[in-house]
Design a protein around this ligand. Structure first.
Ligand SMILES: [Zn+2]
Ligand SMILES: [Zn+2]
Length: 282
């Protein structure tokens, strides 16, 4: 499914670029503000004024969850056992980003897909550069790249309602753009309902049983591991996996997904390191 979507995305991006070229300046309507203006070459569909309003997370204050502001969350004791090494997000979840994401997620405006993917890609590149600086002792340092990427699944019920999973689409878009294999690793067991009405403790509790490993998930992990060519050696290199979602709020969803993947990988003796990347950090 993901491969198919990746392919579809590549075609769609190609077509969008082509259309931009044909319909581009002077004067196309900006996707997000509607003004007729010269559209950005880098962020599909929007004008330069809207580009300037993107609330990028530029300064990371919390190394763990990637927040741009002071973070009381990650020092809590139970946070020390989270399944992912760190999270990074493209933008802060302000009113403008809420609007862009909901136009896509709830109202199905497909034209937002290339734009949101471009934001995620930019954050991926920044994350990659940051982790390259931090990790590895070899010189010159090889650019940090995950071996594969996957996404937070939605329930069948939610999928039927919306027609698509925004996290899966974002992951497929990034996989195609960054040329990283995308894999379906997880499935959602239950529909957890609206998380936004729940307390932090309730969110963690509901999330514990929300996900399970996809029937093909373990084989995919094994393939990725063997493709690294370290299986059987004394100190095998861990598989580096990037997990994608649209919004990071408390991190409980990403943590729950990560726990399931870590447990499954541990079961078959595959060392694994999970990193997470989200479009917005609330
Ligand atoms: Zn605009
Ligand atoms: Zn934090």
């Amino acid at each position: 499914m993901l491969n198919y979507i990746s392919h579809f995305f590549e075609r769609a991006q190609h077509l969008t670029r082509h259309l931009h070229h044909l319909l581009g300046p002077p004067g196309s309507s900006c996707l997000t503000c509607g003004t007729r203006a010269v559209l950005s070459a880098r962020y599909p569909g929007i004008c330069t004024r809207c580009v300037q309003q993107i609330p990028w997370v530029r300064q990371i204050r919390c190394q763990r969850c990637g927040r741009g502001v002071g973070c009381p969350d990650c020092v809590r004791p139970h946070m020390q056992h989270r399944s992912f090494v760190c999270n990074r997000s493209a933008v802060q979840y302000n009113d403008l980003m809420r609007e862009w994401i909901s136009m896509y997620k709830f109202r199905g405006h497909e034209r937002y897909a290339p734009l949101l993917t471009a934001l995620l890609l930019q954050a991926f590149q920044a994350m990659s550069e940051e982790l390259t600086r931090i990790c590895g002792k070899e010189t010159p340092k090889p650019l940090w790249r995950p071996d594969a990427l996957t996404y937070v699944p939605v329930s069948e019920e939610r999928l039927a309602e919306r027609g698509f999973n925004q996290a899966e689409r974002l992951a497929a878009g990034l996989a195609a753009a960054a040329r990283i294999p995308g894999v379906d690793l997880l499935q959602r067991q239950i529909n957890t309902g609206k998380q936004s009405f729940k307390s932090r403790a309730e969110r963690f509790e509901t999330m514990k049983h929300a996900f399970s490993i996809h029937p093909d998930g373990l084989n995919l992990l094994k393939d990725i591991y063997h493709a690294k060519g370290h299986a059987g050696s004394q100190s095998p290199m861990p598989v580096q996996l990037l997990l994608i979602d649209d919004i990071y709020t408390t991190g409980s969803t990403l943590d729950a997904c990560g726990q399931v993947i870590l447990a499954a990988a541990g079961h078959v003796g595959i060392p694994l390191r999970i990193y997470t990347l989200t479009l917005a950090r609330s």
